[in-house]
Design a protein around this ligand. Structure first.
Ligand SMILES: Cc1ncc(COP(=O)(O)O)c(C=O)c1O
Length: 453
């Protein structure tokens, strides 16, 4: 077909127009055939809700995809993007710069704990993770410790879908079909232990000792071969796994003891999800790098980044000054529209005290989630910050089927968008959610659990 034949103008191409062919779009992380038989389309959004093309309201129980922390289509963010688009459509950040990028980096650094005061921008969480892993390797090279090449992740960890991210990640289905990935990777065990942790609100008391596994890994490989350890302060994608009390502190101590860099993947936990700008603050631990994405722009424009401690950044700033210090970057690193969205989003968080609101709401949210404990088939409920998960007993011989049915019923029958991880139902709504809306969300979830039992 000639390109001119494909030009779509005028009526019928707005957000509410229902496409007449769903075939061409190979949807990510989606059961494509089931979706296309019974689509779940949303075409507009405002504050706590999505709207279907027919105008049906859908309560957003997952902040889009863990990113719309201040609620949807907030005017100051929309206006900042609109304004930026009229000023500079694109500006390279290789050897050139635009003011908003520097402004945003400073603002993010101001929010970060300790001496995490440099920011490397990219466009997604996956890129942020690969960037952090590369900085870790390059840092050791540049400081004369080039034998440190081994990367340590954790079982059930999710660090995006780049080859670095799936290598250190610990989700079997994300790894199984993609070959050998990076070599020289090892994994800590998962911090989840249902027998000792079931139905805990917040961080479980049991499990700090799982961090000691790092000692075993060091003993096996020798510290001189290990570059970094990457963990999520709360495992998000495998069903909300808050780290046990004291675990992250212990991990920090062991990393310090052996000169291993500690990376917190805060792609989900950054920007208020756990009631703080970064989870590092909640846990009183300063990692060497923090990866972020999602909430920095409220999802309105793709953006990710890595916060880096001063000492790591400064180690690269040597040699002839005309030479590039780190051979890494993306065409769209610090894209002007993303920077504008980021600055407006941070302003909004500050003006509305979003993180404080999340912190204050956490106990109410946790109690509401725990009220589902006696619903049929519930095996465990976990909560932390404004995030909760309900493990359901799988249907015999069909793991994940109950979860999928719950997803469908929630959307079509209850007007609720949520996430599933197998048979685990996950809710992680925008942080502006009110107590009434928490009640509504949990009621909808409760009815869904009953229907699929
Ligand atoms: C902890 C964590 N890291 C990395 C990613 C990947 O982010 P993206 O999908 O933007 O590449 C995610 C996405 O959910 C995540 O939860």
């Amino acid at each position: 077909m000639a390109l001119d034949d494909l030009v779509t103008e005028g009526a019928g191409v707005g957000a509410d127009a229902i496409p007449n062919d769903l075939d061409a779009f190979w949807m990510p992380f989606t059961s494509n055939r089931s979706f296309k038989k019974r689509p779940r389309l949303v075409s507009r959004a405002k504050d706590m809700h999505y709207y279907t093309p027919e105008g049906r309201a859908i309560l957003d129980g997952c902040a889009g995809l863990w990113c719309v922390n201040p609620g949807h289509n907030r005017e100051p963010i929309v206006e900042a993007i609109r304004q930026a688009a009229t000023e500079v459509d694109f500006a390279p950040t290789f050897q050139y710069g635009h003011p908003q990028a520097f402004r945003l980096a400073s603002r993010i650094a101001d929010l970060a704990p300790g001496d995490l005061d440099h920011v490397f921008f990219c466009n997604s969480g996956s890129e942020a993770v690969d960037t952090a892993l590369k900085i870790a390797l390059a840092y050791h090279q540049t400081t004369g410790a080039g034998t440190r090449t081994r990367l340590i992740g954790r079982e059930r960890g999710y660090h995006g879908v780049g080859f670095g991210g799936i290598s250190v990640g610990g989700i079997v289905s994300n790894r199984r079909t993609f070959g050998t990935m990076l070599t020289g990777v090892d994994h800590l065990r998962s911090t989840y232990d249902r027998e000792h942790q079931a139905f805990t609100k917040g961080e479980p008391d049991y499990g700090a000792h799982f961090a000691d596994e790092l000692e075993r890994i060091v003993a096996l490989h020798d510290a001189s071969t290990i570059a970094s350890v990457i963990v999520e302060p709360m495992g998000g994608s495998t069903g909300v796994l808050p780290t046990p009390k004291g675990y992250l502190k212990r991990l920090r101590e062991i990393c310090d003891k052996y000169g291993i860099l500690l990376i917190f993947d805060e792609v989900i936990t950054g920007f208020g999800r756990l009631g703080h700008a970064f989870a590092a603050e909640r846990y009183g631990v300063v990692p060497d790098m923090i990866t972020f994405a999602k909430g920095i722009t409220a999802g309105a424009v793709p953006m990710g980044g890595v916060l880096v401690r001063k000492g790591i950044h400064d180690a690269f700033m040597k040699g002839p000054e005309h030479v590039v210090e780190l051979f890494h970057g993306y065409t769209y690193s610090a894209h002007p529209l993303a920077c504008a969205a980021g600055l407006a989003t941070l302003d909004l968080y500050a003006r509305e005290h979003t993180f404080t609101h999340a912190r204050a709401l956490e106990p109410f949210f946790a109690d509401a989630m725990m009220s589902l404990k006696d619903k049929p088939g519930v095996l465990d409920i976990r909560t932390v910050g404004i995030t909760g998960a309900v493990d359901l007993a799988p249907k015999e011989g069909a793991p994940g089927l109950k979860g999928y049915e719950a997803l469908e019923r929630a959307f079509h029958e209850e007007g609720l968008m949520m996430r599933i991880a197998g048979d685990t139902l996950v809710v992680t709504p925008p942080l502006i959610i009110s107590k009434d809306q928490v009640g509504e969300l949990v009621e909808k979830l409760g009815r869904v659990i009953e229907k699929v039992a």
